[in-house]
Ligand binder design. Structure first.
Ligand SMILES: Nc1ncnc2c1ncn2[C@@H]1O[C@H](COP(=O)(O)OP(=O)(O)O)[C@@H](O)[C@H]1O
Ligand SMILES: [Mg+2]
Length: 311
């Protein structure tokens, strides 16, 4: 027997397209203001909330001028640390720095502002996705365990290059859902956003995450925050498509509420945004499959040649 379609898939088509366009309008508005781009501002806002503060990696502002004008102790700098551009994504420009000399070398040629955090080692990286349901529960929620494709932390000349590519495993059913959801709702309310993903480092014992040790290192707000738990290639296509449809339906409905009358050119521009975001998630899901496939072949070939050598 066929499973009935979930309610959000039964919305009238006109309602979906109108909401889609309205949502896209909202998206353009927020990207124009750049409100979601400043990582330091995000951490400042979150750190003022007592329920969130213990979960945030210590984060401070860094630039050549602040570094040179103050001594290390007054800035509270401890090494190793991680330096990141104020606005960035996909690990671009994120570097580990081992000591003061290396930091001095790094800042000498750079005029931009950065944020810095203590380098957290020996922890599992997770990506927690959240989108509020405009009609109340249940919110869209998922957790990915992120394993860097290159496992060894590679320090060279005092620098460490942050991993850019990860394998993703959906661990949503292995986490304290209520505790993380509560946290997500507080973050959403504080940043006044309906959708985001945060990256965090957390100690774990087997499959058990020790949430008391969780440190949030990055919060990506808006529709561009990819839902990494959906990249897990073991998901059945039906689950994957349903979850993606659910998240985007929520976003469309939020957009429809906020901006009911977009102009024609706004609609066109926003439609491109929407298609881009949806396509990126689909693409990443299948690209992970391809990467995994490549690694599997490589390992199998190595194992096969090892066996034949030992015969
Ligand atoms: N404080 C930290 N300690 C250890 N590794 C970190 C830290 N901050 C970032 N990283 C690594 O660098 C990667 C990119 O940093 P992130 O803060 O997520 O910026 P973005 O994703 O915007 O480029 C993370 O996925 C993580 O692997
Ligand atoms: Mg990140």
């Amino acid at each position: 027997m066929r499973k009935p379609s979930p309610a959000y898939l039964q919305l009238p088509r006109q309602q979906i397209s109108l909401s889609l366009l309205c949502f896209l309008r909202t998206l353009a508005a927020s990207s124009e203001t750049g409100r979601t781009q400043d990582k330091y501002e995000t951490f400042l806002l979150l750190s003022k909330v007592p329920a969130l503060a213990p979960y945030l990696a210590e984060t401070f502002l860094l630039s050549s001028s602040t570094f040179l004008a103050n001594d290390r102790a007054s800035l509270g700098i401890r090494f190793p640390l991680v330096v990141k551009p104020i606005s960035g994504e996909q690990s671009v420009g994120v570097v580990g720095i081992r000591d003061e000399n290396t930091l001095r070398r790094f800042l000498r040629k750079r005029n931009r502002r950065y944020i810095a955090q203590p380098f957290i080692s020996d922890a599992l990286e997770i990506g927690v996705s959240f989108t509020r349901n405009p009609a109340g529960p249940s919110d869209f929620f998922g957790v990915a365990a992120k394993q860097p494709v290159v496992l060894e932390a590679d320090w060279r000349g005092g620098f460490y290059k942050a991993p850019k590519y990860f394998h993703h495993q959906d661990i949503t059913h292995n986490v304290d859902r209520e505790r993380l959801l509560e946290l997500c709702r507080t973050i959403a309310a504080t940043l006044r956003t309906n959708t985001f993903r945060f990256d965090a480092l957390v100690r774990s014992e087997g499959t058990n995450l020790k949430l008391d040790t969780m440190q949030i290192i990055d919060v990506n707000t808006g529709v561009f925050a990819a839902d990494e738990f959906l990249f897990d290639i073991s998901h059945a296509p039906q689950f994957f498509v349903e979850e993606l449809a659910r998240r985007y339906t929520y976003l469309l409905l939020w957009g429809g509420r906020k901006t009911p009358h977009p102009t024609h050119s706004q609609k066109r521009k926003l439609l491109m945004h929407y298609l881009y975001c949806y396509a990126v998630t689909l693409y990443r899901h299948f690209m992970d499959t391809a990467i995994m496939g490549k690694f599997r072949n490589l390992i199998e070939n190595l194992a096969a040649s090892h066996c034949s050598d030992n015969r």
